[in-house]
Design a protein around this ligand. Structure first.
Ligand SMILES: [Zn+2]
Length: 199
């Protein structure tokens, strides 16, 4: 499945469920409307961060390991599992269990269906047109930078600009910094090359 096809699947979900506002606020509503039960499951199993399962009666469940304590990561995990669901990935023996490596906000996972679910989640939470216009509006409002269509974040004044942009966009789209950075790089809007670890 190409990224373009995945984005078309995201558009169909938007037409049905996200008329206005930001998509992360619709995750619970989408699961309810699709008849998917959502559960947070305490598990020591590090191979399980999220899962999509289907019971013998056809009931779908999305489960997230309750050790996921970051809201952005939780949103990304639900959106990733919805990706498996809407992209109609085959459930082997009725389930797909996704590990830390599978649900990757920052790098492309090796397994095809995991990479597809990650692209679905990224595109769903941060739609290209919306994040692009929000991001570029912030750059235009910044007096310090000359390039208004790309942000190169280094160990200089650009880092301070990035912090402001980051805080605002993470809140608006309900995502982690890792997910945001990946999306901006993917859309050729930013590049990151700094030493400071801000997490
Ligand atoms: Zn997965």
């Amino acid at each position: 499945m190409t990224n373009r096809e995945i984005e078309q699947a995201v558009s169909s979900v938007y037409e049905k469920y996200v008329r206005s506002g930001n998509s992360h606020k619709q995750l619970i509503n989408i699961m309810q409307s699709e008849g998917i039960k959502y559960k947070k499951v305490p598990s020591e199993n590090t191979g399980f961060v999220g899962a999509l399962t289907r019971g013998v009666n056809g009931q779908y469940y999305i489960m997230v390991n309750s050790s996921v304590d970051n809201l952005g990561r939780e949103n990304f995990t639900i959106a990733h599992e919805l990706g498996h669901y809407f992209l109609r990935h085959q459930l082997q023996s009725g389930f797909i269990y996704c590990s830390e490596n599978d649900i990757s906000e920052e790098t492309e996972a090796g397994i095809t269906i995991e990479r597809e679910a990650n692209h679905f989640a990224s595109s769903f939470l941060m739609p290209e047109q919306k994040i692009k216009s929000a991001f570029l509006a912030m750059l235009r409002n910044s007096k310090k930078i000359k390039t208004k269509d790309f942000l190169y974040v280094k160990n200089d004044f650009s880092f301070g600009i990035w912090c402001g942009v980051r805080d605002s966009l993470m809140k608006r789209y309900g995502v982690s910094e890792a997910a945001l950075r990946y999306r901006l790089r993917y859309l050729n809007l930013a590049k990151f090359e700094f030493q400071k670890d801000t997490k």
